[in-house]
Design a binder for this molecule. Sequence first.
Ligand code: UD1
Ligand code: CA
Length: 452
Amino acid sequence: MQIVILAAGQGKRMRSALPKVLQPLSDRPLLGHVLRTAASLNPSRTCVVYGHGGDAVRAAFSDLQVDWALQAEQLGTGHAVMQAMPALSREEPVLILYGDVPLLRADTLVKLAEAASDDKLGILTVTLDDPTGYGRIVRDAAGRIVRIVEQKDATEGERKIHEVNTGIMVVPGARLAGWLTHLSNDNAQREYYLTDVVAAAVRDGVPVVSTQPARVSETLGVNDKAQLADLERTHQRENAERLLNEGVTLRDPARIDVRGELICGRDVEIDIGCIFEGRVELGDGVVVGAHSVLRNVTIAAGTRIAPFCHFDDATVGAGCQLGPYARLRPGARLAEDVHIGNFVEVKNSDIAAHSKANHLAYVGDATVGSRVNIGAGTICCNYDGANKFRTVIEDDVFIGSDTQLVAPVTVGRGATLGAGTTLTQDAPPGQLTIARARQITITGWTRPVKKK
Ligand code: UD1
Ligand code: CA
């Protein structure tokens, strides 16, 4: 099979500088969803018909093995497919998809392609309560499809037909070119309609068959931001249903966004307003508090995440307590039973088991041992404005509040740092190191008074 994706429409109603097919749904542009589904069908070739904003569209998918056909002027869907003909072979059927219909499923297309086989024309149709705007499927008394009539060309009677053309079709490769060259634009919109190949097939004695998708949402296109938002919610509701079926507790399935792959163990609980991006793995019994954003993270069993956390490219061990308001940045690796509290930022650091940084700290480019206590306001001064350096904090260290560790620096095993220390040299193991001005009291001092 070969695939043509129509993506030349301008999408004026988006009112955006970004071409319509590059507008994002979930984790990728609209066209990205269609290309992914197309690729899953293993076609011999895929050709995208592009037009408006074409360079940006091509650039966004420059890593893919697809052909591009320019449709400089949008003269209709039939004209669009014509632009792809040089890239296609006559030997195999052609599946036509729309770049702005992102939720179509591969199994729906497989079913359509099987029904059409090599020698029939297959149309994906749906029956809508309100068919306004769509091309209608006209059938004869025996129920055979005879043609498709566009809304603007339809008679009063034809407009009462509720079965509509989704636009998705499979056409025998040997016939397509011939039918396209005979299209005329003698119709209400002065366009070359792809849909007219249906009547041509009937005329030539080529059987026309139809199949239906499991859900109508699969066939919905996007023309404006409201439709984009609707499809996003549809997609997210489907994600949520899948998670519920897997046994995940969602406090509100309408308030979760999965923009990528979320893999959950048993008895995972997710509160409202969370966003999961990239690949996120949550172990058994993980609890994710409200309004947390997790991107490319792995969280082991039993870890509890309080509300308002932001994690990016991090690995978290079992039984940790994180947040509220914790931030894990790329390269944060926590072992088991680590506590990271409010307004603590961890970047490119390893923190070993049972260590804690409970309040207001920056742990960056650090190697932290086990059972370490990092006091409030501790900062790893890892950057001198040009280079970054590591801080090493060995096992069982206690770091007093408001300490600056000026890297490169090592705090030896079991050492204690007094509050307010600015550590510029290594602290020896097992001892108290303190670096701050001695406290003095000036007796007899009085506050200044305002001059008259
Ligand atoms: C088309 C169908 C209609 C069907 C409807 C489903 C035709 C004549 N009509 O209608 O039967 O019910 O889709 O949504 O085919 N495109 C191009 N170049 C063009 C014109 C369109 O690439 O010159 C692309 C658009 O970007 C879009 C798709 O083709 O992805 C469909 O175009 P659109 O204008 O939405 O089709 P309709 O006229 O609404
Ligand atoms: Ca349309």
